[in-house]
Each structure stands twice: as structure tokens, then as C-alpha cells.
Ligand binder design. Structure first.
Ligand SMILES: Cc1cc2nc3c(=O)[nH]c(=O)nc-3n(C[C@H](O)[C@H](O)[C@H](O)COP(=O)(O)OP(=O)(O)OC[C@H]3O[C@@H](n4cnc5c(N)ncnc54)[C@H](O)[C@@H]3O)c2cc1C
Length: 293
């Protein structure tokens, strides 16, 4: 199918893009990598009157480690993040997660920031943003603001980004030194969206017990989920079977998965608990080795 008619603009600066968005607001959509938007246009699930293509704003194509963050410009493709040595060295959980996004052709065009603001609840990047307590920097007619992940995701494919705002950067705080990490997902085939994905981050004390543990899940409701009670249960614990069983129960309580053509809610709930335990054990292994890959 062909998309409905639209007017096309290709600004070369953030200011120009924001001006276009504020002029056309609800009638406009930003086009980044097009890996979600173009299929939606072709299927006529989206019918914007105006497309604001940001691919010529070269200043948005960057990755930087600064002020304890990895700053990912809005035109940084998934593949750029996957290949960057600074991501491998400083935020390896992000590198592992991005490898699960579609296939290499999709990662060559799709952007990390586009994936986050698209807010597909099965997508990997929003779950990593939540794991690391990250935020998205946006520019609109009234200036620049940072939206923490907790205030960004509302529900399925819905965020608090205004129609006249452009996301310019995703900011991932660097994990603590020595933290172990893991990213695991269950999908029908490699490259498919996750049925359930779990990211874990663990720091350990000298006796091998958990100092701090974080979990983040995708595919288990309308937004990424951090199961706070499960995280709290882990503090000061060794990852024995009984602890992990209690954590799995707490994870299952924290989520509200839905049934769809891919999997039942019951299956997703079960898998979430199992994957949380596996991801925690793998993260603890890495923490014991001082956070090495
Ligand atoms: C076959 C296939 C398989 C895929 N598999 C996966 C997968 O396993 N996991 C996964 O996470 N994704 C998957 N994707 C989607 C892919 O990751 C997309 O790249 C991503 O979801 C959107 O990024 P994009 O840059 O392509 O955004 P676009 O498609 O250009 O835009 C998506 C939405 O975000 C908005 N948007 C984009 N950038 C901005 C911005 N800077 N400011 C404001 N709004 C913006 C657009 O207006 C649009 O509404 C798959 C896609 C395909 C085609």
C-alpha cells in the first residue's frame, strides 16, 4: 500500500524543525529512521498531513560520554550505538540490548531516540532507559527540557512529548563502576520484538551479596516496568533459590501483561519471573568479575 498524501519538509537545523512542528503541531510527524513510521504510513495507521524529516540535521548524529551520562543524539542509529567502543566499555547492557532490535538493515536506519519516543512497550531501548534511570531531552517553542523516563511513558505508543516538541537527545546515566549487567529476551525468532525482555543491573559487596539490584521489563504492559518491590527484596541478599523465587513472584505482581496474537498474558507473566532470575544470576556473575563483559 502507498501512504496517504503529505507535505514534506527537510530542515537542516533544530530551530527550523521546531518552528515547523510548532506551525503544524498535531498535523505533523517527525521522520527519523522511518523504521516504524514508514510502515505505519504505508498501512495507513498514521495519516500525518506534514512530515518533518530530521535526517539532514547533522548536528544530531553523535554519541558522547559526558557528565556521567552517555548522550545519544536523535540521529544516532541503532547500529552506531551497537558498534561504538565507548558504549561497549561504559554501557555494555545497552550494546547487548540494541543487538536484539530487529535486523541489521533496520538497525542501520532506525534511531535509538526514535525507538524510545515511539514507545512500543515491547521495544528494547525504553527498557534500558528505565533500567538506567535515563531521560530524553526535548526542544520545543518554549525551550529545552529533560523528561525522566518515569514521566515520559504514559501507555502503549504514548508519551508526554508535545506535538510541537523534537526529541534531540537520549541521556543514559552510566552504570556504577563494577556493576554486573544482563539483558535477556524471549522472542519467537531472532530479530522479532520481544514477547518479554528483562534487563538487570547488580552491584555486589565483598561477600558476594547484592548491594543494589535493578530490573527493567519490556513486553509486560503499556510501558517499561521497574518492579520496585522485587528490587528491594534483593538488597543484602545472596542469590539463593528461595530469594529468586520471592523475586519472581514480586516481578509477576508488578506487571500487567496482556494477551495478544503472539502470547497469552499468563505465558508472559510466567516468562517474566523466569527471565528475571536468569538475568539476575548472569548480572551477579559479571559483578563478581568486577563488571567485566
Ligand atoms: C521488520 C522490523 C522489525 C523491527 N524489530 C524491532 C525490534 O525487535 N525491537 C525494536 O525495538 N524495534 C524494532 N523495530 C523498530 C525499529 O527499532 C525503529 O527504528 C524504531 O522503533 C523507531 O525508530 P526510527 O528512528 O525508525 O523512528 P521513525 O519510524 O522515524 O519514527 C517513529 C515514531 O517516533 C517519532 N519520532 C522519531 N524520532 C523523533 C524525534 N527525534 N522527536 C520526536 N518524535 C520522533 C516519529 O514521529 C514516529 O511517530 C523493527 C522495525 C521493523 C521494520
Amino acid at each position: 500500500m502507498k501512504p496517504p498524501r503529505f507535505r514534506y519538509f527537510a530542515p537542516t537545523s533544530v530551530d527550523e524543525a521546531v518552528e515547523l512542528l510548532s506551525t503544524h503541531a498535531d498535523a505533523a510527524k517527525v521522520l527519523a529512521g522511518g523504521q516504524s513510521l514508514v510502515p505505519m504510513l504505508n498501512l495507513r495507521l498514521a495519516r500525518p498531513e506534514v512530515l518533518v524529516d530530521i535526517n539532514r540535521i547533522e548536528s544530531l548524529s553523535y554519541l558522547r560520554v559526558e557528565d556521567g551520562h552517555l548522550a545519544v543524539g536523535a540521529l544516532a542509529r541503532h547500529r552506531m550505538v551497537e558498534k561504538a567502543p565507548e558504549v561497549a566499555a561504559r554501557v555494555p547492557v545497552l550494546q547487548e540490548a540494541v543487538r536484539h532490535v530487529g535486523h541489521v538493515q533496520i538497525r542501520n536506519r532506525g534511531t535509538v531516540t526514535g525507538s524510545i519516543v515511539h514507545a512500543d512497550p515491547s521495544a528494547e531501548m525504553p527498557a534500558v532507559l528505565a533500567l538506567l534511570d535515563g531521560s530524553v531531552r526535548v526542544v520545543g517553542p518554549s525551550g529545552t527540557r529533560d523528561i525522566p523516563w518515569q514521566e515520559l511513558f504514559l501507555t502503549y505508543f504514548t508519551t508526554t512529548l508535545g506535538p510541537d516538541e523534537l526529541a534531540v537527545e537520549t541521556r543514559f546515566p552510566l552504570p556504577p563502576a563494577g556493576a554486573g549487567w544482563s539483558f535477556m529476551e524471549v522472542a519467537r525468532r531472532h530479530g522479532d520484538f520481544a514477547l518479554v525482555a528483562v534487563a538487570a543491573l547488580v552491584t555486589a559487596d565483598e561477600t558476594g551479596r547484592v548491594k543494589e539490584a535493578r530490573l527493567s521489563l519490556a513486553g509486560v504492559g503499556g510501558t517499561p516496568v521497574r518492579p520496585e518491590r522485587a528490587e528491594a527484596l534483593l538488597a543484602g541478599q545472596a542469590l539463593e533459590d528461595d530469594v529468586l523465587a520471592a523475586v519472581a513472584d514480586a516481578v509477576r505482581e508488578a506487571i500487567e501483561p496482556e494477551s495478544d496474537i503472539h502470547a497469552s498474558a499468563e505465558y508472559r507473566r510466567h516468562v517474566a519471573g523466569v527471565l528475571a532470575g536468569r538475568a539476575l544470576r548472569a548480572a551477579m556473575e559479571r559483578a563478581r568479575r568486577g563488571g567485566e563483559g
